[in-house]
Write a protein that binds this ligand. Structure first.
Ligand code: URP
Ligand code: ZN
Ligand code: ZN
Ligand code: ZN
Length: 468
């Protein structure tokens, strides 16, 4: 009884259902769900009862794309696993999947071990890892198989960033062929980095150095071309493909065309592409640097295609690509040369709220909100049904969400370790009230009641979404 919590009277929303129900949590898991005030739940007793009347009871968010402490552009992403996972909890996200990085010339094992060490004992919520392949060779291909068995079941490859993370088409094909055998899922950063680097050089030589040129050289056509190429390579390899941070309408069209052929091709977009645009990149006085990420923000017209893709399931997941750099001292590294601005935006704390606002605005339904933010990322990356839903046996990662509360997103009130908000001053309807992580209350109103080290590492099974 002392290990039991009862959540009464809320509207339980999962990807599949909505019902007024009571939820019994025991020993960190969902023990039972029953209709509110039914004879079954009337009989339940618990040490702690949470009144969720007029609130939603939703699964904790699963953010399948974060970069805590990522070394990038001569600096490090400013959220550590401690600060970043605490901010995630504040925002109703109870699982992150971060990217361990293979350094060029080094083993996957070495990169992965250093990510285990960075996260171990520091996380406020549960976490898992993908692996970035920076150096596809015989050795790393062999290591992929071992990692899949260990619970690292997805691998990011880059068609961008020559000299850093870049893989050529031959390396990509080999990694895809390997994944077709070992069950790993290839995640693709789809931008033609070789062509982009030519345009970067030309822009800088002509004195076009402001942040907005970051968006101009990283052209829509070069995202669409790389997306198309990645899809064809995956077809040749007979492998499924997940394209990360899709931002351009033309890239969505490539995914849609592939899916209409029945190919196992999936796409993710991020809140920044749904809510921000090149208008932000063009902000004066170098403020545009706050919005430099890759793929870049696009003209506002692209947003409708992204929302449509989320509704038609041509896009399946919204994750944040959380990769914060402070304006002062970090983004500023690129004053006078946009190519030196570290790429990435903060957002791990804002995703659930922004997507709830999309429900309020009529872009997506309430169940679709949970599907793209919780259930599908969990299925895609082998965490379901432990994560991503509220069902008997699932981890009790549960958010009590007040759909009527109003809040203003701001650096003044957020908990991410970064000196600006990409959504400064934006009013949203809805707010996280209580967060349970494996049955423990980690956010209680306006108080963080969790602790660094509560979050544990979760090994993953292979993709559970291939039948979709
Ligand atoms: O700008 C971004 N997206 N930074 C993080 C690295 C990546 O490509 O995902
Ligand atoms: Zn990327
Ligand atoms: Zn379609
Ligand atoms: Zn990323």
């Amino acid at each position: 009884m002392s290990n039991r919590t009862l959540i009464r009277g809320g509207l339980v929303v999962t990807a599949a259902d909505e019902m007024h129900a009571d939820v019994l949590v025991e020993d960190g898991r969902v023990a039972a769900i029953a209709a509110h005030n039914s004879p079954v739940s009337e009989g339940w007793t618990a040490a702690r009862a949470i009144d969720a009347t007029n609130k939603y009871v939703i699964p904790g968010g699963v953010d399948a794309h974060t970069h805590m402490e990522l070394p990038f552009g001569g600096t490090f992403a400013s959220d550590t696993f401690e600060t970043g996972t605490r901010a995630a909890a504040w925002g109703g996200t109870t699982t992150i999947v971060d990217f361990a990085v293979q350094s060029v010339g080094r083993a996957l094992r070495e990169g992965l071990d250093s990510w285990y060490a960075k996260a171990d004992g520091n996380c406020a919520v549960d976490y898992a890892f993908h692996m970035i392949l920076s150096d596809v060779n015989e050795q790393s291909l062999k290591e992929m198989d071992l990692l899949v068995e260990e619970g690292i079941t997805s691998f990011k490859l880059f068609m961008a960033y020559p000299g850093v993370f870049y893989s050529d088409d031959g390396q990509i094909l080999r990694a895809m062929q390997r994944s077709a055998v070992n069950g790993g899922l290839i995640m693709m950063h789809a931008e033609n980095g070789i062509a982009i680097d030519v345009l970067v050089e030309q822009a800088l030589a002509e004195g076009r150095t402001d942040p907005r040129y970051h968006g101009e050289v990283r052209k829509v056509l070069l995202e669409a071309e790389a997306t198309h190429r990645a899809i064809q390579l995956a077809r040749v390899a007979g492998a499924p493909l997940y394209v990360v941070h899709v931002s351009a309408e033309e890239a969505v069209a490539e995914l849609a065309a592939a899916r209409d052929k029945g190919l196992p091709v999936f796409g993710e977009t991020c809140p920044q592409y749904l809510f921000l645009s090149t208008d932000n990149l063009a902000e004066p006085d170098f403020e545009g640097a706050k919005y430099v990420c890759s793929t870049p923000l696009r003209p506002r017209e692209h947003q409708a295609a992204l929302w449509r893709g989320l509704r038609t399931n041509d896009l399946q997941v919204v994750s944040t690509d959380h990769c914060p750099f402070c304006f002062t001292g970090q983004k500023e590294l690129g004053r006078g040369d946009f190519s030196k601005i570290p790429n990435g935006l903060p957002g791990v704390e804002n995703r659930m709220d922004l997507l709830h606002q999309a429900v309020v605005d009529g872009h997506i339904t309430r169940r679709r909100w949970i599907e793209i933010a919780c259930a599908t990322p969990a299925r895609m990356f082998g965490l379901y049904p432990k994560k991503g839903t509220i069902a008997p046996g699932a981890d009790a990662d549960i958010v009590i969400y007040d759909p009527h509360a109003e809040q203003t997103l701001s650096v003044e009130s957020h908990h991410m370790n970064v000196d600006y908000s990409a959504y400064e001053g934006r009013r949203v309807t809805g707010r996280v009230e209580t967060v349970l992580s494996r049955g423990e209350v980690v956010i209680d109103g306006r108080t963080f009641t969790g602790r660094a080290g509560h979050g544990v590492y979760i090994p993953r099974s292979t993709c559970q979404y291939l039948d979709h």
